[in-house]
Write a protein that binds this ligand. Structure first.
Ligand code: 3PG
Length: 222
């Protein structure tokens, strides 16, 4: 099998997995001690998936803790801004990489290593760069600032092969509208895993909000 074909299969499998969750909690952890209870809350809430952002020093170790404790959980890394962070994330157990913008160096590096990557694209030129490389799912960030679902539909009109993962301003209020569109692979966001809830140790509350999001996915997508 050609290398390119292998990459395609790998990426399609990950797209399907992420699509089957429908919602990806975007996690910002300041303290690695919260990684385990948070992973437990997400798994028990019905969303065994997380994008752990490299915005904090605790990210890399938190990915490791989550991935080791819950091998069935789909743990990815977000806010990945350098290829060095790609390596650190993957070595820690991250199964996919998310970047806020389209950085060709990061995208090409991930493709060369068979690591599913979801770069941010909000303009036709950025989507074109992704399509050129064979990507079929792109992050759309910051979603609500860039026109939300209506912009996604406009972008998807010429780029029929692409689905989007909106994050930034997505919450339980607008989640339904996003999920009802066939142009949405999954929605990302922090509304289930807010920093103040994590700080206060409100993992039962996190589990409940997560379960609400999972239930909405099930209701809409079956
Ligand atoms: C991201 O990194 O995807 C966003 O910061 C998440 O945005 P939100 O806090 O509005 O959900």
């Amino acid at each position: 099998m050609s290398g390119q074909k292998k990459v395609k299969i790998m990426f399609e499998e990950m797209n399907q997995k992420i699509g089957s969750y429908g919602v990806v909690p975007v996690v910002v952890l300041n303290d690695t001690k919260d990684a385990l209870p948070l992973a437990k809350a997400l798994v028990e809430g019905g969303l065994a998936v997380a994008e752990v952002t490299f915005r904090t020093a605790a990210a890399e170790e938190s990915i490791r803790i989550m991935a080791e404790a819950y091998p069935e959980m789909l743990v990815g890394a977000g806010t990945v801004l350098t290829v060095e962070q790609v390596d650190r994330a993957v070595n820690a157990g991250a199964k996919f990489i998310v970047s806020p913008g389209f950085d060709p160096e990061i995208v090409d590096y991930c493709i060369s290593k068979n690591i599913p990557v979801y770069p941010g694209t909000v303009t036709p030129s950025e989507v074109a760069q992704a399509v050129k490389r064979g990507l079929t799912v792109c992050k759309f960030f910051p979603a609500e600032n860039y026109g939300g679902l209506s912009t996604i539909k406009a972008l998807a009109a010429p780029y029929t092969m692409v689905k989007f993962m909106p994050t930034g301003g997505v919450n339980l209020k607008n989640l339904r509208a996003y999920l009802e569109s066939d142009k949405i692979a999954a929605c990302g966001g922090t509304w289930m895993v807010k920093g103040d809830m994590i700080k206060a140790g409100q993992f039962d509350e996190i589990k409940k909000i997560t379960a609400d999001a999972a239930a909405m996915v099930k209701e809409i997508r079956g």
